[in-house]
Design a protein around this ligand. Structure first.
Ligand code: 13P
Length: 241
């Protein structure tokens, strides 16, 4: 899968323009999903344009709350996402782990909520720079992965996004990406041997480095922030995949 994460960027018309342009420019392959995660307030307008032009682009949410209903001002639950035909949701993105103080317990509730409502989770993990420098990445990622159960593996994709690579222009090098993706796949394989879980990479993916990253062993796709906002760049990256 190739995923565009808009974060808190764009307007309704920017996103409509993007969907129209990308739908025309990509050479869509059914085994490589093309997903847009717009800001929540634009989920419905994005859904409408996707449906109007019968685009192969799938809709993903940047957010889901850990409870299903109740007094949570600003909350958005799985049922609401389903009303917008949302098929994917990002869970555990480092920006949310950080800003919302999300811990493993909260993230487990979010995963349950998505999975029970038939929404596929893109579960994001990644280490900060100091953990990498200390050579402690695998332990750190294990603690993030430990909330997963064997049954989850039918409904999730893992996104490995080293925090030090997000928005910095410093993507991880090929050798590092390969070794971490191999580690994640081995970890998941111990959880459930039957499943071959997709692991996508994110963190300063650009047109210039995407081919190199996609050629890494065990990289099954990309989660792209900044570079994905331009529809021409995103379409080129998708077509290279
Ligand atoms: P950038 O591609 O802007 O580094 O963002 C990566 C990311 O956080 C995608 O979820």
């Amino acid at each position: 899968m190739i995923v565009s994460n808009w974060k808190m960027n764009g307007t309704k018309s920017d996103i409509e323009h993007w969907v129209n342009k990308v739908s025309n420019k990509i050479d869509y392959k059914s085994h490589i999903k093309c997903i847009i995660c717009p800001p929540s307030c634009y989920l419905d307008s994005t859904r409408q344009v996707i449906s109007k032009i019968d685009s192969p682009i799938k809709l993903g949410s940047q957010e889901i709350d850990s409870t299903n209903s109740g007094a949570l001002t600003g909350g958005i639950n799985a049922q609401m996402l389903k009303d917008f035909s949302t098929e994917y949701v990002l869970i555990g993105h480092s920006e949310q782990r950080d800003h919302l103080n999300e811990d493993n317990i909260t993230l487990r509730f979010k995963l349950d909520s998505a999975i029970q409502n038939g929404i596929s989770a893109i579960f994001c993990i990644g280490e900060p720079a100091e953990v990498k420098l200390a050579g402690n990445t695998e332990n750190f990622l294990s603690e993030q992965l430990e909330i997963l159960t064997p049954d989850d593996l039918d409904f999730i994709t893992i996104a490995y996004e080293p925090i030090w690579a997000i928005g910095t222009g410093l993507n991880a090098d090929k050798k590092y990406i390969e070794s971490i993706h191999q580690f994640i796949k081995t970890y998941l394989n111990k959880l459930n041997k039957e499943k071959n879980i997709s692991v996508v990479y994110g963190g300063s993916v650009k047109l210039e480095n995407c081919e190199d990253i996609l050629s890494c062993n065990n990289v099954d796709g990309l989660l792209i922030g900044g570079a994905s906002l331009d529809p021409d760049t995103f379409s080129k990256i998708y077509n290279i995949s």
